[in-house]
Design a protein around this ligand. Structure first.
Ligand code: FES
Length: 170
């Protein structure tokens, strides 16, 4: 029973509502790009930097501030993988599962992450430490298998080192 209540509580907490005082910070970005709807992508990037993600309230306010239909803003946010509508973990793991990396063991790295961090691709750990993404090629096949953690590149990875590398990111 307690376990079920905890799960429900976590689910309820995931329904993010951005407080009005936080949302007001968007005015600065809207002022910067006002009257320039073609600057939607930079505006969204700035907003994501500010909030960490792009919840619906943020998208709607930007849409109305820049005089762009909300549906268009949503379409752009969901088209580009570097935008997210869900809160992300403190560290984003981008594991390459492209051919060069796959044959050199990135699937083993993925299995270790799934087991040790407890998340699958597209998920964020409950403690907010990691989000996991799979990519097709990072353009660094000579370093296969490759994983990015935030801005750091981990190349020529031995799957056995995965745990130790993750420990460096708290
Ligand atoms: S396939 Fe992994 S970097 Fe190209």
């Amino acid at each position: 029973m307690k376990e079920r209540d905890d799960i429900l509580k976590r689910k309820v907490q995931k329904v993010e509502v951005v407080p009005p005082e936080e949302l007001a910070k968007l005015d600065e970005i809207i002022d910067r790009y006002e009257g320039r709807p073609s600057y939607l992508i930079p505006a969204l990037k700035d907003a994501q930097e500010m909030f960490g993600y792009l919840p619906m309230e943020v998208q709607r306010k930007l849409a109305s501030g820049l005089n762009i239909p909300s549906s268009h803003v949503y379409g752009v946010v969901t088209f580009y993988s570097f935008f997210t509508i869900e809160p992300r973990g403190r560290h984003t793991l981008r594991l390459c599962l492209g051919t060069a990396c796959y044959v050199k063991g990135s699937k083993d790295i993925l299995d270790i992450i799934v087991k040790e961090v407890g998340i699958n691709v597209g998920e964020t750990s409950e403690d907010g430490r990691f989000s996991l993404e799979a990519v097709r090629c990072l353009g660094a096949c000579g370093l296969a298998p490759v994983m990015l953690i935030g801005e750091d590149t981990h190349g020529n990875m031995d799957p056995k080192d995965t745990t130790k590398i993750l420990e460096g990111y708290q």
